[in-house]
Write a protein that binds this ligand. Structure first.
Ligand code: FAD
Ligand code: MLT
Ligand code: ZN
Length: 478
């Protein structure tokens, strides 16, 4: 670190410590340690200070000090992100800014179907607050017990209900953001309509903390669900899954809230590695769908619609078998299976992950081509392709061959990712459908993003953060 940077950092640590007091600062190495590593253990960074402001005013003060002294800031939510976005760099010249103490629900307006939550609210707590008011906040992720609303918006999270309710961006009405110079942008509107110029809110959603610190958000709520039907369905192949989705959407009046694809290996891995997971069907099939249809109406007739659709699909050869949950316990058990897949895959050994999307109708062709491309490189690789088929979003993951040399397998990562992403590009898909870019995918963004779009992104960054203090080394390629 240069002399200037060291002096700036010393002064920033001293001034922030004075401003926030002991409750707002972590400086002891053993307490700082959890902030220095990402969820996947891919990145390890350094910092001398974790600032934990408890209000927007305090956040603004911290950011203004860093702006004045040219000190980098790494916003930190629940640290469940997959791309190393919340982990500081190795230079030790940034502070980490944790939103954890900003965890108040500021308002819930049941009549307006809105909730205003601070950025550090845990997603599950926001959902619980909505439920207590007979409302639904539909964003739903396997990490919802620890990820934060600010992190969800900063990564523009997708999850298990996006098909019906949209992704984080679709659920936000307004944001309060501390800009890189410390000013507070008060965009905390609960309006559905506001055509007064550029949409600034959308700039910060998906920016992964590179343009400012989200401190609060006004979010959309929906009527609470009164009837839910959940089915675990064996389908003939991915094309059958896509056809079944279209039929169910039409037959149910677009009441399909979840439509998740799972291959056989997902059941083998989850039943092997995660306690309490069971196969809902009596015998093995090649591939499955976890589907949920739901309604805010009590007697919505969804069971009949689902059964009718499945019967027809069975006689047309799209569906091979199905179980419809008869109890909350059975429903929970189906969900446990789906939500345990990432954990089970981790337990099985090394995995090369892709979080891609293509148009829904192209999914079967994409899966066949990309699978063939991977197996041409490593014939014994195990394809763990699962995910949000309803959104065209697959976790196209590749587990190492059984008994393989982990290091040798991971050496092929760039080759495999290159092959898969080239096919994604041909389908005009995305190389990061819902997990973001962070540190992990910057090089890939440089390769795959339209150069004009990248130039506009750099121009926005330069205009909002000319001193380059917000989340250095994340998202934007150099
Ligand atoms: P963090 O990991 O703390 O931070 C993520 C990024 O956001 C970083 O760049 C950070 O700097 C920035 N950031 C955090 N808070 C703020 C803020 N207040 N202002 C500005 N920037 C900020 N993701 C999905 O999209 N769909 C899924 O289905 C899904 N399932 C998951 C399941 C599991 C088991 C796990 C572990 C993760 C899953 N994820 C999923 C990924 C992850 O949970 C999401 O990306 C989540 O939105 C991250 O939130 P967080 O609070 O943990 O953010
Ligand atoms: C999921 O859908 O389960 C996650 O986004 C993928 C993962 O956790 O790897
Ligand atoms: Zn996902």
């Amino acid at each position: 670190m240069s002399k200037d940077r060291t002096a700036g950092l010393d002064a920033a640590v001293e001034r922030i410590s004075r401003a926030l007091g002991p409750a707002g600062c972590i400086t002891e190495p053993e307490r700082i340690a959890p902030y220095l590593v990402d969820f996947r253990n891919l990145y390890h960074g350094e910092t001398r200070l974790v600032a934990r402001p408890c209000s927007t005013a305090e956040t603004s003060e911290v950011v203004a000090i860093c702006h004045e002294l040219g000190v980098g800031i790494v916003p930190h939510g629940g640290n469940t992100g997959y791309c190393g976005g919340a982990t500081p760099g190795t230079g030790g010249d940034e502070i980490v800014l944790s939103l954890a103490r900003m965890n108040r629900i500021r308002a819930l307006d049941a009549a307006n179907f809105t909730i205003t939550a601070e950025a550090g609210c845990i997603l599950a707590d926001v959902k619980a607050a909505a439920e207590a008011a007979d409302r639904l906040f539909p964003l739903s992720l396997g990490s919802e017990g620890s990820c934060q609303v600010g992190g969800n918006l900063a990564t523009n999270a997708g999850g298990l209900n996006a098909l019906r309710y949209g992704i984080a961006r679709d659920l936000a009405l307004g944001l309060e953001v501390v800009l890189p110079d410390g000013r507070v942008l008060d965009g905390l509107t609960s309006l559905r309509k506001d055509n007064t110029g550029y949409d600034l809110r959308d700039l910060f959603i998906g920016a992964e903390g590179t343009l400012g610190v989200i401190t609060a958000a006004s979010l959309k709520l929906f009527p609470a669900l009164r009837s839910v039907e959940t089915a675990f369905i064996a389908v003939a192949d991915p094309a059958a899954a896509v056809e079944l989705l279209a039929r169910l959407r039409a037959a149910s009046g677009d009441a399909v809230s979840t439509f998740e694809y799972l291959p056989r290996i997902a059941i083998e891995l989850t039943t092997r590695h995660v306690h309490g997971v069971v196969d809902p069907l009596g015998r093995p099939y090649d591939c499955y769908v976890l589907c949920e249809v739901s309604s805010a109406r009590e007697a919505a007739g969804l069971r009949e619609v689902l059964e009718g659709c499945l019967e027809q699909a069975l006689s047309d050869g799209l569906v091979l078998d199905a179980a419809i949950a008869e109890s909350i316990a059975q429903r929970n058990s189906m969900w446990k299976l789906r939500e345990s897949v990432p954990e089970a895959q981790r337990a099985e050994g090394a995995s090369i992950k892709h979080d891609v999307s293509v148009p829904v109708a192209s999914l079967p062709a994409f899966m066949a081509e990309a699978t063939a491309a991977v197996l041409a490189i490593i014939p014994m690789a195990r394809m763990v392709t699962y995910g949000h088929v309803g959104d065209g979003n697959l976790h196209f993951n590749v587990s190492e061959p059984a008994g393989a040399d982990r290091a040798a397998f991971m050496l092929r990562e760039a080759e495999i990712q290159g092959a898969v992403h080239e096919i994604v590009r041909r389908y005009r898909g995305s190389i990061s459908a819902e997990h973001g870019i962070g540190q992990l995918k910057r090089a890939q963004l440089a390769r795959h993003k339209d150069p004009v779009a990248l130039a506009v992104m750099h121009a926005i960054k330069q205009s909002l953060d000319p001193r380059g203090i917000m989340n250095r080394g994340k998202v934007l390629p150099d």
